[in-house]
Design a protein around this ligand. Structure first.
Ligand code: ADP
Ligand code: ASP
Ligand code: MG
Length: 413
């Protein structure tokens, strides 16, 4: 019997009616002859509420305790869904991350899954249960509860699909699939039928909150197809899969915006081997995830080193810099606490030129100043002022016709 993993996000389990609808969908898959594993998120805005509860008591809560608290949101949903299935006459059992041995490292708030002991789930599936697993949470080797980062239930689901050998993971959410950009920010965005893992990985890392980026990494590495679709209807959504030749013809598949970044510039650092390594080793120890890095030589002796991070990591990054600043003879530290980034992503960029020019021209026309530019083979990102972010996104989406299905856009030259 094929195993199906279905993940339901917060909006899709927000109240009793929605939990019942999700349970009914899982039951349908079971009745169609599948073994069914459901991964559920906390209901509605429950995680936000728990964060607010914590901050009311302590503006800087210990991370271990934060994970203890946040993990309770998912635990509520899974038990409620098991109860809903029980009323339908279906055997169902809920599990926390700890109960299924979802083992992670100890990076509270952004833990990474190391292994999953899927035994208990297999046993329950074989006994005819639908298994309902709390997403977003795991346990470290010392038995402390960890969480995987906001939006992390996607990663729990795809990782479980890998552990159980399921070929596909279904992500049920509040949109019909992956759009060319966030439809809340650009209402004319269009849904894609499919997108490559690499493009989706870039989009997710660059702020497309529809999928947690680690989930895509797991899918790509272990060959699990991810189907992102709506929990409100039965329409086919977007398949995230390996690249197929026709994707090459699409210059820009999607665009993203991030408004929660900070930029740190280390000015006049000694231009010597080992200094960059030292800076980023300290950042890693401080559990700061670094996005884009730009180093420029300003003289034979000195270089400037800039990088972007999530604004929430800024305090940790500053503390880390204090530890090594003198060792690298850094003359000045310049911090921008609030920068935004607009990016375009597309595998077609590898084989076509002109994308950068189109993007910069669109921004110039809106009088948006570009602070810095970074690129990879399949993306271009521009750092800019936060108040410009929304109009920059719209300008870029218009320029690349992201309001039209790929087949209807002007062909690339
Ligand atoms: P869930 O709770 O189901 O995990 P999320 O809120 O995490 O749902 O993700 C769905 C939301 O992601 C959508 O409501 C949409 O606003 C946002 N989103 C951002 N970028 C995109 C995109 N490119 N395509 C679709 N949705 C997107
Ligand atoms: N409940 C968690 C969050 O709100 C995890 C998730 O929804 O994926 O971030
Ligand atoms: Mg999500």
């Amino acid at each position: 019997m094929a195993i199906v993993v279905q993940k339901f996000g917060g909006t899709s389990v927000a109240d009793a009616e929605k939990i019942r609808a999700a349970a009914t969908r899982a039951l349908k898959a079971y009745q169609d002859g599948h073994q069914v594993v459901v991964v559920a998120s906390a209901r509605g805005k429950q995680t936000d509420q728990l964060v607010a509860d914590a901050l009311e008591l302590n503006p800087n809560p210990p991370q271990r305790e934060m994970d203890m608290l946040l993990s309770t949101g998912e635990q509520q949903t899974v038990s409620l869904m098991a109860m809903a299935l029980d009323t339908m006459g279906q055997k169902a059992i809920s599990f926390t991350g700890q109960q299924i041995q979802m083992v992670t490292d100890d990076a509270h708030g952004k833990a990474r899954i190391q292994e999953i002991g899927a035994e208990r789930i297999r046993h329950s599936l074989d006994a005819g249960h639908i298994c309902i697993v709390a997403g977003f949470q795991g346990v470290d080797e010392n038995g402390n509860i960890t969480t995987l980062g906001r939006g992390g239930s996607d990663t729990s689901a795809v990782a479980l699909a890998v552990a159980l050998g399921a070929p596909t993971c279904e992500i049920y959410t509040d949109v019909d699939g992956i759009y060319t950009t966030d439809p809340r920010k650009y209402p004319n965005a269009v849904k894609m039928d499919q997108i490559s893992y690499d493009e989706m990985l870039e989009m997710a890392s660059l702020g497309a909150g529809v999928m947690h980026s680690r989930a895509i990494e797991f899918g790509k590495k272990y060959d699990v197809q991810i189907h992102v679709r709506s929990s409100m209807n039965d329409k086919t959504g977007t398949i995230i899969t390996h690249e197929v030749p026709k994707m090459e013809g699409i210059l820009v598949s999607g665009a993203t915006v991030q408004k929660d970044l900070a930029k740190i510039s280390l000015i006049g650092v000694d231009n010597k081997p080992g200094n960059a390594a030292r800076v980023f080793a300290h950042m890693a120890t401080a559990q700061v995830s670094v996005n884009d890095i730009i180093q420029t030589e300003v003289s034979v002796d000195k270089a400037n080193l800039s990088f972007t991070i999530a604004r929430s990591d800024l305090a940790n990054a500053k503390a880390a810099i204090d530890e090594f600043r003198e060792d690298i003879h850094c003359e000045d530290v310049f911090t921008r606490e609030d920068v935004a980034q607009v990016s375009v992503v597309g595998v077609g960029m590898r084989s076509h030129c002109g994308v950068a020019q189109t993007m910069f021209a669109a921004l110039a026309e809106q009088k948006v100043n570009i602070d810095s530019i970074t690129t990879s083979e399949i993306r271009i990102s521009c750092l800019l002022d936060v108040p410009d972010a929304e109009k920059a996104l719209v300008a870029v989406c218009d320029a690349f016709e992201l309001d039209r299905p790929a087949a209807d856009r002007q062909p690339a030259e």
